[in-house]
Structures are given as structure tokens and as C-alpha cells.
Design a protein around this ligand. Sequence first.
Ligand code: ADP
Ligand code: MG
Length: 261
Amino acid sequence: LEAQLQQAQKMESVGRLAGGVAHDFNNLLTVILGYAQMGIAELGAAHPLQTKLEEIRKAAQKSADLTQQLLAFARKQTIAPKVLNLNGAVENTLKMLRRLIGEDIDLAWKPADNLWQVKFDPSQIDQILANLCVNARDAIADVGKITIETGNRIFDQEYCAAHMGFLPGEYVLLAVSDDGCGMDKETMAHVFEPFFTTKGIGRGTGLGLATVYGIVRQNNGFITSYSELGQGTTFRIYLPRYEGAGVPVPVEGSAQPLSGG
Ligand code: ADP
Ligand code: MG
């Protein structure tokens, strides 16, 4: 419990810090971008400094994009949950996801029949799927396959006793699997931490899964990761079933990212 509380506090303080820094940084970058653009325009296309200025402009633009991501992460986004069928929400994003992962990767979609409803902000579904699919794409070296699945799941007392952090109840499953490089135990232990990345400076922000984790917990859901080195990875998200007004949702519990399952 101590560790879970620490993780939550860390997320909170890192988020606030990142937000503050990102805001100031963004203002400075606007100045750099602005002067670089002015220089480019004033010197004319033939000037020998043109390519150098263009490099400055590109780097500033990249940094601005990164701070935007930081701001989105830190901001307490106001959400607009709607009662929805997750299958429909996933189908609405499939086109965007296909574009995101490129043509060499196969995207398989396996919707469950008679899926229970959830109450969720559809744009948060987009965010979850985009982050998980980009990670899956990055884990696939060349050609490969990503599978998105849904399902109805019931967790009883017995199940929850065996899976620390879960609360009994009815859940809608959203799973994203890939046949990419997989993760070792050490990586698995840190994936949900903000700024944890194995992708190197400039390639990964380490905010993708921290964002997904935040969204899932904000909605009283759970997330698990399962991975085999060299085989692939599956992230499973369980969102509480929505059964209409007046039905109690699971109490805000102490939950942490779980391994396995
Ligand atoms: P980023 O993608 O910017 O590195 P994330 O929070 O999205 O940050 O992911 C954190 C780390 O988790 C990644 O750097 C990678 O090591 C690992 N990871 C996430 N998803 C997968 C996956 N599907 N397969 C293998 N490793 C993954
Ligand atoms: Mg990522």
C-alpha cells in the first residue's frame, strides 16, 4: 500500500512540475521559433546561413511539440463521459490507428458480441488506443501484428483475492496485443512510471503509459501488462460496467499496475 501511495504522489508531483516547466519553456520556444522564422524570411533562400537557421527552427518546433505533450499530461483535463459501447468507440478510431502504425503492421480487430456498456469519454479511448498502438508499433521491428480485443469479464471475491488491487465487479475488457520484442522483468516493473522510457532521448517521452494508467484509474478501471521477451506484449484494461444511473461504481480503491493476468 505504501508503494502504491508513493507512486500516486510521484505521478501527481511530477505532473505538476512538468506542467510548470513546460509552460515557461513553451514561451521561450515561441521566441526562438519566431526569430528563426524571421531570420529565414529576411535572409532569403540563397543565403549560406539558411540551412543552419532551418535546423534551429526544426529543433525548436520539435521541442514545442514535446512541451505540448508534457502540458497535456500535466493538465487536469476536464472529461465528458458518455454512456457508450466500447466496440463503437474503438471502430471510430481504427482509421486513425491504421495510419499511425503504418502499412507493414497488420491490425486485427476482435469485438466481442453483446458487450456491456461503459461510461467513458470517447476522446480518452482514443488516447489510450493511440498510446498502446504506437508502443506496439515501436516494439515491432519490421512486419508484425497488433490485435485489439474487447470482452465482458466478471471478477469475483476469489479472483480479487488472488489478484492484488482488483475490486470485485463486472468489467469491460479492452486488450491490445502485439508480437513485438516484448519486455524483460526490469522494464515491466517501471513501464507505468512517468518519464520511464527505453527509447532514448528524442525518441520516447516515457509519458504514454503513465497517461494511460492515469486515465484508467481516473475511471476506476484497472490495467495489467503481460509480456514475454521476444514473443510480444499484451496490455489489458478493465473498465467498470455501466448499468444505468443509481448503480454504485466500485469504490476508489488502492490499486497499482499489476503484472500477469
Ligand atoms: P515511450 O513510448 O515514450 O518510451 P511509454 O510510457 O509509452 O513511453 O512506454 C514506456 C516504455 O515501456 C517503453 O519505452 C518501452 O520500453 C516499454 N513498452 C511499452 N509498450 C511496449 C510494448 N508494446 N512492447 C515492448 N515494450 C513496451
Ligand atoms: Mg509510448
